[in-house]
Design a protein around this ligand. Structure first.
Ligand code: HH2
Length: 267
């Protein structure tokens, strides 16, 4: 899953894809580079960020969706029902909701009516405050219990289970230790029976791991390392900014894991 943030302030690619024409070009390049899906978002959820009003979010994402949602496999990163409705109407296939249906109650209806796919993500608190001293007794079992409850809620509201994927929300109300433990013990999350999404790409935890105390982004090499580790532990979807490099790394990791994948390459 390639990330296209049509925002001026995303922590990872702030401003790069704020211009619609650039965002459209990025989306097309990501798919050409091997992304199976492009995640378009118009609101940053970086730690400390404020919410974006509906009309501004629509103004950001609609020109991009109008150009690519009918042409490429697209997901919409939003918690707003109206943004999701417009995106799905233009051909988006998945709603990536970082609130896991705890925001506007109409979102679940929009997803259900469109027969769309849905990603439910764990977040402790809200972006403005979530990194203020997050404490868990056992982060993995608490995140798993949350995702299981949200999955049941979505299914009870009419979303078919086979349309739902789950995400522990790397960096959303978690310390570095929490983030790495969630990947280390990913089997607890895959045991929930749904595809698991991991978004470690460029997250500040990776910069801090490498000794940069004040890092707000993580470097590419560390992002790839985390993605490969997540893949080896059963993650199905990797949300990344640098698609080509991740596709190359994952092709090698897959050839190790799967002899059939290795057999595809000439000697
Ligand atoms: N991370 C971000 C945003 N949306 N969605 C899912 N499912 N999983 C994630 O880990 C995730 C997400 C934050 O990253 P990014 O989009 O690069 O930055 P920002 O929120 O500042 O736009």
């Amino acid at each position: 899953m390639g990330v296209v943030n049509v925002t001026p302030d995303s922590f990872s690619d702030g401003g790069t894809n704020f211009d619609a024409a650039t965002a459209i070009g990025s989306a097309r390049r990501m798919v050409a580079d091997g992304a199976a899906l492009v995640d378009v978002g118009g609101e940053s959820t970086r730690p400390g960020s404020d919410a974006v009003p509906l009309d501004e979010e629509l103004r950001r994402v609609l020109p991009v969706l109008e150009a690519v949602a009918g042409e490429l496999p697209v997901s919409i990163d939003t918690a707003k029902p109206e943004v999701a409705r417009r995106a799905l109407g233009l051909g988006a296939e998945l709603v990536n909701d970082v609130t896991a249906l705890r925001g506007d109650p109409r979102l679940v209806e929009v997803v259900g009516e469109a027969g769309a796919y849905l990603c439910l993500m764990h977040m402790r608190g809200e972006p403005r405050t979530m990194q203020v001293d997050p404490v868990y007794e056992d982060v993995v079992s608490e995140v798993a219990a949350f995702l299981e409850e949200r999955l049941r809620f979505a299914v009870a509201a009419g979303i078919p289970e086979e349309r739902i994927c789950l995400d522990p929300g790397i960096g959303f109300g978690k310390t570095a230790q929490h983030n790495f433990e969630l990947v280390r013990r990913l089997d607890v999350l895959t045991a929930l029976g749904r595809p698991v999404v991991i978004g470690f790409s460029r997250k500040r935890t990776l910069g801090r791991l490498l000794g940069n105390e004040g890092a707000t982004v993580g470097p590419l090499g560390a992002s790839i390392g985390a993605a490969v580790a997540a893949y080896e532990r059963g993650a199905s979807i990797l949300r990344v900014h640098d698609v080509r490099e991740h596709v190359e790394a994952l092709a090698a990791a897959r050839a190790v894991a799967d002899p059939d994948a290795a057999a595809l390459s000439p000697p």
